[in-house]
Design a protein around this ligand. Structure first.
Ligand code: ATP
Ligand code: MG
Length: 649
């Protein structure tokens, strides 16, 4: 036997191993979050490559976010399967279309519209429609849904009614704008993301030369997160595969989070009908999360109309801490508490890159950026996505190439990288406080880090060698890990995992989001919440705030999805006294000092009672009323003998 290949299989359980060994023919893995679907397919590819059954360059692995594609590449590299293409549908189509543009389009590659809203707005103006920002956004998302669903402007009205689209715009109006949008885009020689897929699929269907060349290159297809495939993506996939059958799909219907944008989990659920001889594997052991987190995920989904009721997770890991639930008066306090807990976790040894703060809408990230900056914790927004396309990184690469020409080889390398970068105003010692400038700083810091890693492996390395390595990384989109706590939306967190996850802003109106009104939309929000919960390996911390800003009326309510998940919630009757709001906190004195002063002032101004809880002289919590029993205090980690400080009333 081949020890490399055997070693690869040894890392799998029997069901995963069965899927990994089914190298040829249709394969489908249906399983819940954290059961090792992605692991099974990476090992499957690595196994096929290691046994020589499949050349790496003949494999096309597809997933849905740039970050997940990066993750796939990292896992494949670690298993020795270099040279496998792992891309998003769009990246794969873009690459193929750019290559075959002369044959397919008879000319150069058109510009891919960076901002389709522009054409939507132009179309609306031409029709003399008065549209506000929200309507424009809704129009753009409807057009996106239609294109992803292979619905033309002429078909839109009927299709939208059939799909029960739950939007405020009249379908006839959408259809008109949609037609105008297509025209505006064409006039300006641009294409959009869906066009990329449509044009490429059309070319494969109609141009035998292109089809022959592309199909000769790619012979084995693996699709991760297949529950979120849309009709246009499926059409491209069918065109890639042709009449062959070496196709492996993996997914979890309970994690469909893009159906409002056209995803159709039916492709996953009906895969076995389409290929009756497919190897179908179900996994139910959850290797990612502690049994406490798994239990929460199971409970959340048992309250749902499940797409695939057969999937219940069985935790495999040792017990861990209970998930925590914390209510705060406002977002500033919530963010301060999260930053302070994150700081404590880091001090206790959790790497910052193993911590994530996940939110439903991107606007929520700002208050966390501020709180993390104040706490001196570096962070990454969305993390690693399109690293090499960032302006500052491209600029840095140009400068580094220039410097390499002048390089006389006398390199500690990291230092000369830092010097080159400092010539454009970059400064390692002084990270800017936050926002876009901070993000730029973090990506340049990542380049210096890479240089440090590079010289660790190759002590004599020169700048031109480092540049060559960077270029190779850029070509394979192998972005470096930017160190820091990840700030990400729930949508972009799909497929990823962290030791500690803060799921923040868990209020009704945020998750489920305000504009989710139909039952189908609410079900999707619940699945999104499930995706969030199941990202955590060890610690899961859920929190919400009752108001946006300090001092505002506390009008918000915790998310309805929390009913039945946390002790004491969901059974609360009107008139029952509220539980004390015990907010787990760490010993970060400075942040606490500020919070305490502010709380005291607020309590005095409003005549509202406020309590500060000390344990052995360490401030551990701030409560709105005296915690009434031990169960409440037990929610606070590390609470010993307690002492209360009480303000106002
Ligand atoms: P998701 O639905 O969130 O994408 P998934 O099913 O793809 O999850 P993976 O990301 O592949 O799950 O695996 C989750 C975690 O469990 C990973 O850290 C993985 O390495 C680990 N894992 C999976 N299978 C095994 C196994 N057989 N033995 C040990 N660890 C495993
Ligand atoms: Mg996965």
């Amino acid at each position: 036997g081949n020890t490399g290949a055997d070693g690869i299989l040894a890392g799998l359980d029997p069901e995963q191993s069965e899927a990994a060994q089914a190298v040829r023919g249709p394969v489908c893995i249906l399983a819940g979050a954290g059961t090792g679907k992605t692991r099974a397919i990476t090992h499957r590819i690595a196994y096929a490559v290691a046994t020589g059954a499949v050349p790496p360059e003949a494999v096309l692995a597809v997933t849905f976010t740039a970050r997940a594609a990066g993750e796939l590449r990292t896992r494949l590299r670690a298993l020795g399967a270099n040279g496998v293409q792992a891309r998003t549908f769009h990246a794969a189509a873009l690459r193929q279309l750019s290559y075959f543009a002369p044959q397919i389009l008879g000319g150069p590659m058109p510009e891919v519209a960076g901002n389709p809203i522009r054409w939507v707005s132009q179309a609306a103006n031409r029709l003399r429609l008065r549209t506000d920002k929200t309507e424009l956004r809704d129009l753009a998302s409807e057009i996106d849904w239609a294109k992803s669903s292979l619905v033309s402007p002429g078909e839109y009205v009927t299709a939208a009614a059939r799909a029960n689209r739950g939007i405020s715009l009249t379908p006839a109006k959408v259809a008109e704008v949609y037609a105008g949008y297509e025209e505006a885009k064409r006039r300006n020689d641009e294409i959009d993301f869906s066009d990329l897929l449509l044009i490429m699929a059309g070319a494969l269907e109609e141009l035998p030369d292109v089809a022959r060349a592309v199909r000769a290159q790619y012979r084995y297809f693996v699709i991760d997160e297949y529950q979120d495939v849309s009709p246009v993506q499926q059409r491209l996939l069918d065109a890639w595969v042709g009449d062959r059958r070496d196709l492996c799909v993996v997914g979890d219907a309970n994690q469909t989070i893009y159906s409002f944008a056209g995803a159709k989990p039916s492709y996953l659920l009906e895969f076995a009908d389409r290929y009756p001889d497919a190897t179908v594997v179900r996994l139910e052991r959850d290797y990612r999360s502690t049994p406490q987190i798994v239990e929460l995920a199971n409970r959340l989904m048992s309250g749902a109309q499940q797409r695939d009721a057969g999937l219940r997770l069985i935790g495999q890991r040792p017990d861990g801490p209970k998930p925590t639930f914390a209510e705060h008066d406002d977002e500033v306090a919530e963010a301060a508490a999260v930053a302070s807990t994150a700081k404590r976790l880091i001090a206790e040894g959790t790497p910052a890159a193993e911590i994530a703060i996940l939110f439903r809408i991107n606007a929520q990230s700002e208050v966390y950026e501020q709180a993390l900056t104040e706490a001196g914790i570096s962070y990454v927004l969305r993390g690693g996505e399109r690293f090499f396309e960032r302006a500052e990184v491209r600029q840095a690469l140009v400068l580094l190439r220039g410097a390499a020409r002048a390089d006389d080889g006398s390199v500690p390398l990291p230092q000369s990288v830092a010097e080159v970068l400092s010539s454009v105003g970059w400064n390692l010692e002084h990270p800017p406080p936050g926002g876009a400038a901070r993000e730029r700083w973090e990506s340049l810091a990542a380049l210096v880090n890479l240089a440090e890693q590079f010289v660790t492996e190759l002590p004599e390395a020169r700048l031109d060698e480092f540049n060559a390595d960077l270029e190779q990384r850029a070509a394979s989109q192998h972005a470096p890990t930017v160190q820091g706590v990840t700030l990400a939306s729930l949508h972009s967190a799909k497929g990823l995992e962290w030791d500690a996850v803060f799921l923040v802003g868990v209020t009704d109106q945020t998750i489920p989001i305000q504009h989710a009104t139909t039952e189908e939309q609410l079900a999707e929000e619940r699945r999104l919440f499930y995706v969030g919960i199941t990202r955590a390996r060890q610690r899961l911390m859920l929190s919400w705030a009752l108001a946006r800003n300090p001092g505002q009326a506390r009008r918000r309510k915790p998310s309805r999805f929390l009913d039945g998940l946390r002790p004491g919630a969901g059974t609360r009757q009107a008139g029952t006294p509220k539980r004390a709001k015990v907010v787990p906190q760490s010993e970060d004195a400075a942040a606490f000092g500020r919070l305490r002063t502010w709380r005291k002032k607020q309590a005095e101004a409003q005549g509202v009672p406020a309590y500060v809880v000390f344990s052995d002289a360490t401030l551990v919590a701030i409560a709105n009323r005296a915690p009434s029993d031990d169960t409440e205090l037990a929610q606070v980690p590390g609470v010993g003998p307690t002492k209360l400080e009480r303000y106002a009333e």
